[in-house]
Design a protein around this ligand. Structure first.
Ligand code: RB5
Length: 152
């Protein structure tokens, strides 16, 4: 899969760990930064990854900030993005089975590298169940289209 990854300073350490895991799993990676622990603003990096997912230039995205909350707020502003904050394994699995999440968000100040690795592996290897869940995703799409057409 082609996967874009991004973080702010608070997620940088975990991003580096996740990058190592992704390379080992043989994925094609686009690293959108940040590239050190200097203080930055999470919306700038959330935007880079979310744009790539929204336009389908990549298959999936992974975003990491301190809690995962700010990155989730940013990512879910973009059309076609279904970002899921998963700091536990059950959420990671369900976000794929039921929500077809295309961006995984992690809290770098909340979880450690071993749990993060399990979450990423689970999230990448779990397929969407479709069926009744597709109907619900279509309703989200409809809401997105209605809101965007009201803006014009
Ligand atoms: C940065 O201090 C922190 O606010 C950010 O990483 C994130 O947790 C925001 O939601």
């Amino acid at each position: 899969m082609k996967i874009a990854i991004g973080s702010d300073h608070a997620g940088f350490g975990l991003k580096e760990e996740v990058l190592g895991l992704l390379k080992g799993l043989d994925h094609d990676i686009v690293d959108c930064g940040t590239f050190n622990t200097d203080s930055v603003d999470y919306p700038d990096f959330g935007e880079k990854v979310s744009k790539l997912v929204s336009s389908e230039e990549v298959d999936r995205g992974i975003l990491i900030c301190g809690t995962g909350l700010g990155m989730s707020m940013v990512a879910n502003k973009f059309p076609n993005v279904r970002a899921a904050l998963c700091n536990d394994l059950f959420s990671a699995r369900m976000s794929r089975l039921h929500n077809d999440a295309n961006i995984l968000v992690l809290g770098g100040r909340i979880i450690g590298k071993d749990l993060a690795a399990e979450i990423v592996r689970t999230w990448l290897s779990t397929a969407f169940e479709g069926d009744r869940h597709m109907r619900r995703l279509n309703k989200i799409k409809k809401i997105e289209e209605t809101i965007n057409s009201d803006d014009k």
